[in-house]
Unconditional design. Structure first.
Length: 297
């Protein structure tokens, strides 16, 4: 073997050694990357498991806490309106707090959460302006108390019922035919509301028609006797019976009396039935629509 062949063999051996070192380095780098990815996956999995555990335990604690707050408010006899609104608001607040803790456990930075919440609040505020009005309306209702839980109200849309709950967004209304209506607080706070429960006593008017020719004095006396015998009819203000108008077919009487709010509907139905049963016995007749026709020959 001459000198040139020996030099070529040495160069080939050197090249093979360099290539082997490169392959070893690359293999080591790949193993390091795979090991690092495995460690990262394990750490993220542990964080995710911890976040799910916090979420489960947190929601359970929120439920227990809300039950404890509800019992505490009941013992302290907190007004139902304030109770239902406060519990609804705190329930949402506590759950949002638990979700934020879960996100920070996974590794989301608090500054990022604050930035996202800031941007989201602007977008959500513009998109859900009506919802924010409902929240503000709920606070207005609690502050100025146009009605409270248990009151009977009539809304601007003509809905009448008993208020069962005042929540953060809506008010739950139960009608007398057992329908459940959820009314937005914003519309209630800004609209016309008739509270039928605030007055301690209420006036009722019964419209009674008697035939022409019958004695109105006798009719008035009979009706007054019926009113005096009913304990639900208050003596102050005193009840009155008077002729309201002369109709086409009848003399129109108004029976006006006062009673407590609880007795309004029951007394109205009973008194109307008693008047209907008693007046004919005193020769006071209820007229039918009639028309006089004259034939000219």
């Amino acid at each position: 073997m001459d000198v040139s062949q020996a030099q070529a063999a040495a160069d080939a051996a050197k090249t093979a050694l360099v290539n082997a070192e490169k392959i070893q380095i690359e293999t080591g780098s790949l193993e390091a990357i795979l090991s690092s990815l495995g460690d990262m996956a394990i750490r993220f999995g542990l964080k995710l498991l911890a976040a799910l555990t916090i979420l489960t335990v947190g929601m359970w604690l929120v439920k227990r806490l809300m039950n404890a707050l509800r019992r505490g408010m009941e013992r302290r006899k907190v007004e139902m309106s304030v109770r239902s609104f406060s519990l609804s608001f705190l329930n949402i607040l506590f759950k949002v707090f638990v979700v934020i803790i879960c996100l920070t456990t996974v590794g989301v930075q608090m500054t990022s959460i604050v930035a996202v919440l800031g941007a989201a609040s602007l977008a959500v505020g513009m998109a859900l302006s009506g919802t924010l009005q409902n929240i503000a309306g709920g606070f207005v209702i609690l502050l100025f108390k146009p009605f409270k839980v248990g009151d009977t109200i009539t809304t601007a849309t003509g809905k009448t019922g008993v208020v069962k709950k005042i929540m953060i967004f809506t008010t739950e209304l139960h009608t007398f035919d057992n329908q459940v209506i959820y009314l937005p607080n914003g519309a209630l706070a800004n609209g016309e509301i008739t509270n039928l429960s605030q007055g301690a006593i209420r006036r009722s008017d019964l419209f009674i028609s008697i035939a022409y020719g019958d004695d109105t004095a006798i009719a008035r006396k009979v009706i007054m006797d019926i009113l005096k015998k009913d304990k639900r009819v208050l003596t102050d203000p005193a009840p009155i019976v008077f002729v309201d108008s002369l109709g086409d077919s009848a003399v129109e009487l108004i029976v006006r009396y006062w009673s407590t709010y609880e007795d309004v509907y029951g007394s109205t139905m009973d008194l109307r039935e008693k008047i209907y049963a008693t007046l004919p016995k005193k020769k006071i007749n209820f007229p039918f629509p009639q028309m006089d026709v004259r034939i000219v020959k």
